[in-house]
Design a protein around this ligand. Structure first.
Ligand code: NAI
Ligand code: MG
Length: 484
């Protein structure tokens, strides 16, 4: 990379302005380990200005006066603009996160789709008529909450922007976003492009910066009405605490340790391909990564042999090499993953297979060879905790009851897949697995804009995606009219 992308500042009222800190954060390309750009290091004062802009837009500005249909049109425009700039955005996303170009391109398709979907939905959020006493008419009305705060992670910066911002805007909220310091070039570019789409001042404000600085200032701000957060369970606690202090709501999406459960009567080849794919996708840095393969004992030997063969063909490389996976996001994340792998091995887990790091992948990049463990102790960390890297724990189970028990033996509950050609068995088991999304004979890591998504247990609460997301960003008002 020859020139460095300069910091643009903080985006407030449709304009870039300098951060009050005057400081910047270096952006590192994970594929090369080299600095390729800078972002502003936003402060609490910048957050104050952004929240004030959003408040004004919501209460007095042009944004708050738009009809639902007009908002929907802006969102739809935004989707088209994303499509027009898709290649530029995909390249930026791939540089910023290290993901293969084909995955970055697929992310832009999903991003555009978020705006298309919520553009269409904006004027279709209906209330109800409630039967009540004689002489009354009662209606429920969905209203926007006001100013919504959005703290997003680095694994899918573009998709996460679409997932959280699009439904909030569709409902008529004004937004303030704090993207992740590790990767946020696309969200920053999207803030600019929103002006081209026609969004009035203050609807979309964006303050890049550090989590403990700009992020903490945003989540504890006294003039926000809701927080949408995706990230670690530890920060999720801080977010929920901050929300509680202001008596506001929040949605938390905190990752998982999601299982694919493979019965002896599964479509064998499809299950093998799915298990490999669901952990390699985005180098395992996906909240819904399929990070546990639970395999019925009767097909265990055959299954892990096939999985090993498949995995040994997998390669990590640069975005341009466009292989199965890229590097992980940072040196910190790589070290965290390596530490968890060392712990797993100390606890007795054995390596079944490793993928390769391609020749020609820069040594300074943050590459981790995808790894499958077997002989995994059920109570060990690798069996229960999120790695957020390309590391799979494979474990055998005996029967349906054991499969359900094992699937539920983590604190998380985000996604699960059940593989069986016996439809009754798949449903019997699937219904007992405590997760927010259940796939039968498939596994949908990522995508699925229409499908409500969210966790149980430590995976968090609230639902994103689909129509459900709109209700999270709305308050119901009950209108009681006496007409005697
Ligand atoms: P993180 O939870 O620290 O970061 C997520 C977002 O929260 C970023 O925008 C960050 O700036 C912000 N943040 C951090 N501290 C904050 C604070 N005190 N107040 C307000 N906002 C704050 O996650 P991190 O450290 O990047 O990754 C650690 C682990 O978290 C990963 O290994 C993975 O297990 C999990 N994770 C899960 C994600 C998911 O999609 N569910 C996404 C990112 C991380
Ligand atoms: Mg952190």
């Amino acid at each position: 990379m020859s020139t460095i992308i300069p910091a643009k500042g903080v985006f407030i009222n449709n304009r870039w302005q300098p951060s009050s800190s005057g400081k910047t954060i270096a952006m590192i390309a994970p594929a090369t380990g080299k600095v390729f750009g800078e972002i502003a290091r936003g402060t609490a004062a910048d957050i104050d200005a952004a929240v004030a802009a959003a408040r004004h837009a919501f209460e007095k500005g042009a944004w708050g006066k738009l009809t639902a249909t007009e908002r929907g049109r802006l969102l739809t425009n935004f989707g088209r603009i994303v499509e027009k700039h898709a290649e530029e955005l995909a390249l930026l996303e791939a540089t910023d996160t290290g993901k293969p170009m084909k995955q970055a391109r697929a992310d832009m398709v999903a991003l555009a789709r978020y705006f298309e979907y919520y553009g269409g939905a904006a004027d279709k959020v209906h209330g109800d008529t409630v039967p009540f006493m004689d002489g009354f008419l009662v209606n429920t009305i969905y209203e926007p909450l006001g100013v919504t705060a959005h703290i997003i992670p680095w694994n899918y910066p573009a998709q996460m922007f679409g997932r959280t911002i699009a439904p909030a805007l569709a409902m008529g909220n004004a937004t303030v976003c704090k993207p992740a310091e590790e990767a946020c070039m696309v969200p920053l570019r999207l803030a600019e492009l929103s002006v081209e789409a026609g969004f009035p001042e203050g609807a979309i404000n964006m303050v890049p910066g550090l989590g403990e600085e700009a992020g903490a200032a945003l989540s504890s701000h006294g003039d926000i009405d809701f927080i949408s957060f995706t990230g670690s369970p530890e920060v999720g606690i801080l977010i929920q605490t901050a929300a509680a202090k202001n008596h506001i709501g929040c949605t938390l999406e905190l990752g998982g340790k999601s299982p694919q459960i493979i019965f002896e009567d599964a479509d064998f080849d499809a299950a093998v391909a799915s298990v490999a794919g669901a952990i390699v996708q985005n180098a395992g840095q996906t909240c819904s990564a399929g990070s546990r393969a639970l395999v019925q004992r009767s097909i265990w030997d055959k299954f892990i042999a096939a999985l090993k063969a498949k995995f040994e063909t997998i390669q990590a490389g640069t975005p341009e090499m466009d292989l199965d996976l890229g590097p992980v996001i940072s040196a910190t994340q790589r070290d965290r993953i390596n530490k968890m792998m060392a712990m797993a091995e100390r606890a007795g887990a054995k390596v079944l297979a490793k993928g390769k790091i391609a020749d020609g992948a820069p040594k300074e990049g943050f590459y981790v060879a995808p790894t499958i463990y077997y002989d995994v102790e059920r109570s060990s960390e690798i069996a229960r905790e999120e790695v957020f890297g390309p590391v799979l724990a494979a474990m055998p189970f005996e029967d349906e009851e054991d499969a359900i028990h094992l699937a539920n033996s983590t604190d998380y509950g985000l996604v699960a897949g059940v593989w069986s050609k016996d439809g009754s068995r798949a449903l019997r088991v699937g219904k007992k697995v405590r997760v927010g999304q259940l796939f039968i004979n498939g596994y949908g890591a990522g995508g699925g804009i229409e499908l409500p998504f969210g966790g149980m247990k430590k995976s968090g609460h609230g639902r994103e995606k689909g129509f459900e997301a709109l209700y999270e960003f709305a308050a119901m008002k009950t209108l009681v009219i006496k007409h005697n």
